[in-house]
Design a protein around this ligand. Structure first.
Ligand code: ZN
Ligand code: MN
Length: 478
């Protein structure tokens, strides 16, 4: 029997605001000692009142716009009631039936070149809860409230994904998008982007939705992929044996790479949602909304398509250059300064500048090698003023000194030596120093030309016109 997987993802996205959603505690307390980033509001002391952080609405609005969702002029906060030790108020402030945005979708490119449209069923603002930790030595449970009140957007997709790879692709694109529009650091290891996956199977061609299971505690894109593969496998074997799938909640155990049954699922009604009486409705006026979306950027997929259509870049280049917004901005600035074929800039960027970035751990904004300087270096090479080798070395020199390429070429005398006489003198010297290789070359080992050229370049500090050196070597070896 051929089965098809039906997967929906529920994500919690930590917004990168300075403070928490309803109090002035810092939003990010990664690495902070437990219970050091808390106050009476986020720990739910009696008598306190929450005050909404407007930045949360702004970042939520940016995200909703990026997901093509319908922004609501009025939305409400609700109480989601449940008892759990890490939730000191006994309820989470969330949004239920009147949330910030409705609908929306994201198109996700798949490996075969097609797009998978993933619909968005829910997009709302809410606060995070604390964290419980089992102390294995004392056998006690410890609670850290630092995360209480951290601003989140909960986003739930429709059951539109059909494989573990598609789910992983969605998360990869979502992470890219969140960083691109600047609303979240989206670091899964730090819990900035958390994901639960709903998985069910059906026979290929059917449109019904069968009972699903929910996978929790998957903290990396790879873990999501592996956990879904395993769950699809478990369910298909169960169906083959005529067993029923029950609506379990499964916890992913990273150490053993297995899924464990946590509990049978609650339903929404268990939460007794009702309007939060301590907060006013959120009025997203036309003016405010326009101000938030005023500098809304071109999104990664659109830019990727434009890089291919407008600059004639191969898909590989366009994909790499739009991985991060800052890199794609850098590329476009360099192309403008260069004025020639964009693919040349892409080659220099992907081969050399990306390596510099990776080696140094810097961002493009921190590079002393500006897009204009990169363009200058490419132009110097193309004009024949310096050779390619010198140009590559120049990237590092410009970046280390912040000086312009022309200045360094002048100061260090890096201009290419094309003068026949100067190269010929060095060629003679090299041939005189290597009688064995010369004999071997003349005996038929013509591959040695590379060795001779290398020697000449070395003696001339890489500044010789390599083609000329090679031609002279061949001539004299004959
Ligand atoms: Zn607080
Ligand atoms: Mn939630």
């Amino acid at each position: 029997m051929e089965y098809e997987a039906v997967i929906g993802l529920e994500t919690h996205i930590q917004l990168n605001t300075a403070s928490k959603i309803f109090c002035s505690c810092k939003a990010d307390s990664w690495n902070a000692a437990p219970n050091t980033n808390i106050c009476p509001v986020c720990t739910g002391m009696p008598g306190v009142l929450p005050v909404l952080n407007r930045r949360v609405v702004e970042k939520g609005t940016l995200l909703a716009a990026a997901m093509h969702a319908d922004l609501q002029p009025v939305s409400f906060f609700d109480r989601k009631n449940y008892f759990y030790p890490d939730l000191p108020k006994g309820y989470q402030i969330s949004q239920y039936d009147r949330s910030l945005a409705k609908g929306g979708y994201m198109d996700v490119p798949q490996a075969d070149g097609t797009l998978r449209r993933v619909t968005i069923w829910k997009l709302h603002m809410e606060e995070d809860a604390g964290k419980t930790k089992n102390d294995l030595i004392s056998g006690s449970r410890r609670i850290d409230f630092n995360r209480c009140g951290v601003p989140l957007i909960e986003m739930v997709t429709g059951p539109d994904l059909r494989s573990a790879d598609e789910a992983a692709n969605y998360l990869t694109r979502l992470r890219q998008l969140l960083r691109w529009i600047g609303v979240s650091e989206a670091d899964m290891e730090k819990g900035h982007l958390r994901c639960d996956a709903n998985v069910s199977l059906r026979r290929k061609g059917e449109t019904i939705l069968n009972t699903k299971t929910e996978i929790k505690n998957v903290n990396s894109i790879e873990a999501v992929r592996t956990a879904i593969v395993k769950e699809i496998d478990r369910q298909s074997r169960a169906y083959e044996h005529g067993e029923r799938i029950e609506a379990w909640t499964l916890e992913w155990d990273e150490d053993s790479q297995t899924l464990k049954k946590m509990r049978s699922k609650e339903t929404e009604a268990d939460y007794r949602y009702f309007r939060e009486p301590d907060l006013l409705p959120v009025y997203l006026t036309d003016e405010w909304r326009a101000a938030i979306l005023q500098d809304f950027p071109e999104l990664p997929l659109a830019r990727r398509a434009r890089f291919m259509a407008g600059y004639g870049l191969p898909e590989y280049d366009a994909e790499l250059l739009t991985a991060e917004r800052s890199l794609s901005d850098y590329f476009e600035k360099a192309v403008q300064a260069y004025g020639g074929e964009a693919k040349r800039v892409s080659n220099w960027l992907m081969n050399d500048v990306l390596r510099m970035l990776n080696d140094s751990g810097k961002t493009t904004a921190q590079l002393a090698l500006t897009p204009a300087y990169l363009a200058d270096i490419i132009k110097l090479v193309e004009a024949g003023t310096i050779n390619t080798n010198t140009g590559k070395g120049l990237l590092e020199k410009v970046n280390a000194s912040g000086k312009s390429p022309e200045e360094i070429v002048r100061a260090e005398g890096l201009a290419k030596v094309s003068d026949d006489g100067a190269i010929r003198a060095v060629v003679e010297q090299v041939l005189a120093e290597s009688p064995g290789e010369v004999a071997a070359y003349r005996g038929g080992k013509v591959g040695l030309i590379g060795f001779f050229t290398g020697q000449v370049m070395k003696k001339m500090q890489g500044k010789a016109d390599a083609q000329k050196a090679r031609a002279l070597l061949e001539e004299m070896l004959r």
